[in-house]
Every structure is written in C-alpha cells, then in structure tokens.
Design a protein around this ligand. Structure first.
Ligand SMILES: *[C@@H]1O[C@H](CO)[C@@H](O)[C@H](O)[C@H]1NC(C)=O
Ligand SMILES: *[C@@H]1O[C@H](CO)[C@@H](O)[C@H](O)[C@H]1NC(C)=O
Ligand SMILES: *[C@@H]1O[C@H](CO)[C@@H](O)[C@H](O)[C@H]1NC(C)=O
Ligand SMILES: *[C@@H]1O[C@H](CO)[C@@H](O)[C@H](O)[C@H]1NC(C)=O
Ligand SMILES: *[C@@H]1O[C@H](CO)[C@@H](O)[C@H](O)[C@H]1NC(C)=O
Length: 190
C-alpha cells in the first residue's frame, strides 16, 4: 500500500508541537518525503488483516519498552482539521524522511506526556510516533479505555538493491519476513 503526497504542504502545525526533549530535532522536524514507488507499507497492528482498506483499530498502543526505539513524535490538538488519511500520510512520510525511521503509529485520544509544551499532561490529542525498529503485533499493549482510538500503523520496506526490489515491492510474505529481522534505516528519497 502506497501513500501519495496529498499533504506535502501541511507540515507547520506538526513542527509547532515538538517537545522540549526533542529540541535538537525540532530544527525543521522530519521532512515529509513520499514513499518511493518501490517501497511497501505494511500495517503491523494486531488484527490489522481484519480491517482492510482504511479501517482502523482502537485500543492498542506500542508498549513502553518499544518506546525506547522512538525517534520522533508529535501531537496535534483535536479535533484535527485534516482527515485521518491525510494526517497519516503526513506521519508515515515524515518517518520516511527521518534518517533511521522504519515504522510509525498514529492514533486519536493519545494522552500528552507530562510536561509536553509545559502542559500538565493527559490532554487527549492526535499523536504520531516514529520508530527506528519494525513494529510487530507483539509490540502492542492494550491501552486505557477510550485512549489511542482509530489507530493506524505502518512499517516501511524499501529495497536496498536492484535485486531486492522485485521481492520487496511485489511479494508481501518476503517483506514480512524481512521485517522480523533487524532493519537497516529507510533510504531517504530526495
Ligand atoms: C481510503 O481513503 C482514500 C482517501 O480518502 C480513498 O481514496 C480510498 O478509496 C479509501 N479506500 C478504501 C478501501 O476505503
Ligand atoms: C533507535 O532510537 C533510540 C531512541 O532514539 C536510540 O536510543 C537507539 O540508539 C536507536 N537505535 C538504532 C539502531 O539506531
Ligand atoms: C474515530 O472514528 C470514528 C469513525 O470514523 C469517529 O466517529 C470518531 O469520532 C473517531 N474518534 C476520534 C477520537 O477521532
Ligand atoms: C527505488 O526507487 C527510487 C526512487 O524512484 C530509486 O531511486 C531507487 O533506485 C529504487 N531502488 C531500487 C532498489 O530499485
Ligand atoms: C514470496 O516469497 C516467499 C518467501 O520468500 C516465497 O516462498 C514465495 O514463493 C514468494 N512468492 C512469489 C509469488 O514470488
């Protein structure tokens, strides 16, 4: 599944949401880089196959141990002015533009961490988390009731070499098995 660049012009609200602990990354934030046509995006959320198309899943969030692999995140106040599809394109394409990022997760009703932008924390917003590790269904845990709803997630698989491109872009099971091994950083396509 590929995402087009429907959102290339809406990065500004995201940059405004950078956290103090992300200050060094805030300079510009991750660029929105559309996935190359030969890349594949796969949804690692539990039960994702039962929700094809634009279906979402509520109540699962990457575990706190997986969060050690978080490389960037943003929060946007609700209600969002963008559609979920557009916001998600933004999230995953920023991951694609961030060196080392290979997966992303986005959900509504994501509680702000304590101290984010000087706020007490717990405010429910749209959250996008980007990781340098591939997500699997086992990396998710059940969320507090009502939180992390309408979630979407994706692993980005891009071919490294010409010989790898045929399988990575057309053979889903090959891409999936690659995902269980250690991933190299996503190639950034300028
Ligand atoms: C998913 O959303 C996109 C953008 O809104 C739309 O073009 C597409 O038809 C939808 N696909 C499904 C399976 O609903
Ligand atoms: C992944 O990101 C985490 C958090 O920023 C960092 O500590 C870790 O070294 C990174 N791992 C790799 C393989 O880049
Ligand atoms: C989740 O999606 C449903 C169905 O589209 C929608 O009615 C609901 O408002 C969404 N919830 C949030 C918090 O965005
Ligand atoms: C994948 O597509 C990008 C952009 O079109 C291209 O630069 C790159 O060489 C391709 N990679 C492979 C392995 O074909
Ligand atoms: C896809 O990859 C799997 C695992 O490598 C292989 O068993 C299968 O034959 C491949 N299917 C196609 C259509 O190439």
């Amino acid at each position: 599944m590929l995402f087009s660049t429907m959102l290339a012009s809406v990065a500004l609200p995201i940059l405004a949401a950078a956290t103090p602990i992300d200050l060094e990354r805030r300079a510009g934030g991750p660029a929105i880089v559309p996935l190359a046509a030969n890349c594949t995006l796969m949804n690692p959320l539990p039960h994702a196959s039962q929700h094809p198309g634009n279906g979402t899943i509520s109540g699962y969030v990457p575990s706190s141990s997986f969060s050690a692999s978080k490389v960037y995140s943003w929060y946007i106040p609700q209600p969002d002015f963008l559609t979920r599809e557009a916001r998600w394109s933004n999230c995953i394409e920023q991951c694609n533009g961030y060196s080392g990022c290979v997966s992303a997760y986005m959900a509504y009703n994501a509680p702000l961490p304590k101290g984010w932008l000087g706020l007490p924390g717990g405010e429910l917003e749209v959250g996008c988390f980007m990781y340098n590790r591939t997500l699997t269904p086992l990396d998710f845990v059940a969320a507090t009731e009502g939180q992390y709803v309408n979630a979407t997630a994706g692993n980005v698989y891009c071919p490294k070499t010409a010989s790898a491109s045929a399988t990575a872009s057309s053979n889903a099971s090959a891409a999936k098995s690659t995902g269980t091994t250690k991933k190299k950083p996503v190639k950034v396509v300028a």
